[in-house]
Structures are given as C-alpha cells and as structure tokens.
Design a protein around this ligand. Structure first.
Ligand SMILES: C[S@@+](CC[C@H](N)C(=O)[O-])C[C@H]1O[C@@H](n2cnc3c(N)ncnc32)[C@H](O)[C@@H]1O
Length: 235
C-alpha cells in the first residue's frame, strides 16, 4: 500500500481501533507477555523504540512492567498518534514518552535504543527491498546487541492450510464482533494490499535488515512473532 493510503486507513479507524479489537484481547495479552519476557534482559533505564505504535497497547503494558523504561513512539497516522497520546496521558506515562508522527527515516538520528518493537507494521510494505530497508532503519538505531520484537500477519497464501486458517481467522473476527464491512475490507486487503508472506521469508527479511536470524516465538492464527538481536557489524 502507498503511505498515503495507509495513513488514511488508520486515520479513519483510529477512533474505533481499540474498541474494535477489544474482544481479541487474549491475543494481545499473549503478545504483551512474550514481548515483556523477550525484552526483560534490557537495562532498568532502557529506551525502547515502538515503531508503528498505533494506539500504544504495548507501551502501556511495558511501561507498567518496567517503571524505569522510556519510549519513543513512532506512528505515521496523526489520528492513531493522538489516540496513543491520550492513552499514555490517561495512564500517567506521557512524561516517559517522546512522540514522533512520521516514519523511521524522519526520526531524528543520534539516539541509540536498547530495544524496538514493531507489531503488525512491516506487513504493509509490499516491496521486499523496502521491507528489508524498514528493518535496516530499525537496526541502525539500536545499541550493539539491541533487541527487536516483531509481529506480522504471515502465511503461505498458496496452500490449503492458509485457506483453512483464513476461514477460522475470519470466523474469529466475526465472533469477536468486528463489523462485517471491516471483515470484508480486511479479506480484500490480505489478498492485495498486505504482504502476507510465509514465516521463513519474513524471518529472512528481518535477518537481511541487519539482525541475527530471528527466533519464532508465537503463532496465533495468522499472526506470527519473532525476536532477535542486532547482528554484529562485519569487520
Ligand atoms: C495494524 S496497526 C498496529 C498498531 C499497533 N502496533 C498494534 O499492534 O496495535 C499498524 C500501524 O502501523 C502504522 N504503520 C504503517 N506503515 C508504517 C511504516 N512504514 N512505519 C511505521 N508505522 C507504520 C500504521 O499507521 C498503524 O498505526
């Protein structure tokens, strides 16, 4: 998808985003539990970059688990960012957040982060080189041995497994009371506008962006997640 289309899509859905996904909280809870465990080796005063933070769900969780951590919130949709700002204010953690409305390449350079999260973001980049570049931009902003936790929709779309999984996934969304027109929109997007790639290919893209081979840590329906650390620079 083009950036303007992505921004327009999330601007449009920001007001209803949290309510819409509320019934899928168990999936979110599982991811948050795993992120906090994978990143728990970071220092007590770690600074974490949250890429495509949306309304900030993982930030609220991590801020509560790790009271000394700071967060840089990166989000291109102004409406999603505004929702995130309001939520972090309501939870009393806004003073621990720096907000950047935009993309990685416009994030002021100079700061090195101890860790980064990217949840359901890189899937919107259809061009493989660009998607690798997205992870490279994250890698360039991490300290040596810095951590990455990344999740995306992932599957081999040409297989019967995918068709069966998609069927259950769409039924899950319907049972979770996601409005029908939104489910239909997502079904169309998975086929055309979202880079749903097999898990091994996503792992390779992350690695090619400058990370050690990522460890798969989660699958919940179509969502897969990986964690890894920054690869050492070649001599
Ligand atoms: C599906 S939402 C996920 C939001 C949040 N990470 C979560 O898990 O709830 C994807 C978010 O990524 C943002 N996004 C899309 N493309 C991006 C990019 N290239 N860089 C940073 N953020 C991006 C969108 O604006 C949107 O808020």
């Amino acid at each position: 998808m083009q950036r303007e289309e992505i921004e327009a899509l999330f601007d449009q859905h920001a007001a209803s985003y949290d309510e819409q996904w509320a019934n899928l909280a168990p999936m979110r809870d599982a991811l948050n539990l795993l992120i906090s465990s994978a990143l728990s080796a970071l220092p007590a005063d770690a600074h974490v970059l949250c890429v495509g933070a949306g309304t900030g769900s993982e930030i609220l969780y991590l801020a509560q688990q790790f009271p000394g951590w700071r967060f840089t919130v990166l989000e291109p949709s102004a409406a999603m960012m505004e929702a995130c700002r309001r939520r972090t204010e309501a939870h009393g953690i806004a003073a621990r957040c720096d907000y950047h409305t935009g993309y990685l390449e416009t994030l002021p350079s100079g700061r090195r982060f101890n860790g980064a999260t990217s949840l359901l973001v890189s899937q919107f980049i259809l061009d493989r080189e660009e998607r690798t570049g997205f992870f490279r931009e994250i890698a360039e902003r991490l300290v040596p041995d810095g951590y990455l936790f990344s999740a995306d929709l992932s599957a081999d779309q040409g297989t019967d497994d995918y068709r069966r999984l998609l069927d259950v996934w769409l039924r899950m969304l319907t049972r979770a009371e996601v409005p029908k027109e939104r489910v239909d929109q997502m079904t169309r997007m998975y086929a055309r506008d979202v880079g749903v790639l097999p898990p091994e290919q996503v792992g390779t893209i992350i690695r090619d962006g400058g990370f050690n081979p990522p460890t798969p840590i989660f699958q919940g329906g179509l969502i897969h997640a990986w964690f890894t650390t920054l690869a050492p620079l070649p001599d």
